[in-house]
Design a protein around this ligand. Structure first.
Ligand code: FES
Length: 61
């Protein structure tokens, strides 16, 4: 599934960027060698970032 249609960034690429240390959408774009265009995907990226942060929180407990 595509998260960013402008740059063709898939969900798995976003998740890989997050696992590699990206903590903000700008860092995800950088990790994917892309730049924001319309920025409609930023909300979805933030949801994936929050999801990952929540998973790490549970893992730490
Ligand atoms: S959908 Fe990602 S920049 Fe447009």
């Amino acid at each position: 599934m595509y998260v960013c249609n402008c740059n063709g960034i898939r969900e798995r690429e976003v998740r890989a960027a997050i696992e590699a240390g990206a903590r903000r959408p700008a860092e995800i774009f950088r990790a994917c060698d892309s730049t924001p265009r319309c920025a409609r995907c930023v909300c979805d990226m933030r949801e994936l970032l929050d999801e990952q942060a929540e998973a790490l929180k549970f893992a730490a407990e």
